[in-house]
Design a protein around this ligand. Sequence first.
Ligand code: 4FV
Length: 245
Amino acid sequence: MRFDIITIFPEIFNAYLNESIIKRAIKKKIIEAKVHNLRDFTADRHRTVDDYPYGGGPGMVMKPEPFFNAIESIKADGVKSRTIMLSPQGKVFNQDMALSMSKENQNLILICGRYEAVDERVRENLVDEEISIGDYILTGGELPALVIIDTVARLIPGVLGDERSKEEESFTWGILDYSQYTRPPEFRGLRVPDVLLSGNHKEISRWRRREALKRTMLRRTDLIEKVSLTDEDYKLLSEIKEEEG
Ligand code: 4FV
């Protein structure tokens, strides 16, 4: 899978794409990330990418021409790709969207806006999907683009060291993760739950499911309502309700 990123701050990506799991995935050619400086697709000597909003109002709007030039040049290789605009007006991103993007194996072109907005003609003519990473306002679309790249890339086979990590994680089951522990078994009098030291894997997985359900019930009832639960889960939930009173 290839990620083409269009931004006026390419440096922001160099740091993140050259570290850890993403760096290794690029090195192993499992994914490719190409950062395009929008200013390289301007025609004037000031490399202008923004202008005043028609109709007045605060701030500046990003011009359409540089985006049309950039996307036409990226698509010139004819490889099937999907163009995503990161903006607060988009569909709020979640794990299910990441999973389907990772399976589609389509190249993704990620448009990172800055200033107040991007000229609407870009959205109307070039954008296949608009995605928001949450209901808050950032200074730019670069962090949202990195969120998409990180979330999708780690779901591509071969990117994570241990594929199992994906099977057992928050939201994959539709509920939150269970609490985790590592050595030492006791730290400042704080002990690791005995069941985890027992080696009894049946009891351990029951405890973990119970913990995950409890945490989700206490923190994210919206998730509990959406997830399909087994009879065993209902037994665990009633135990937890007892316990939590
Ligand atoms: C955003 C979000 C976001 C809006 C104006 C960039 C900013 C500025 N993008 N999810 N939340 N974008 O706040 O994706 O140009």
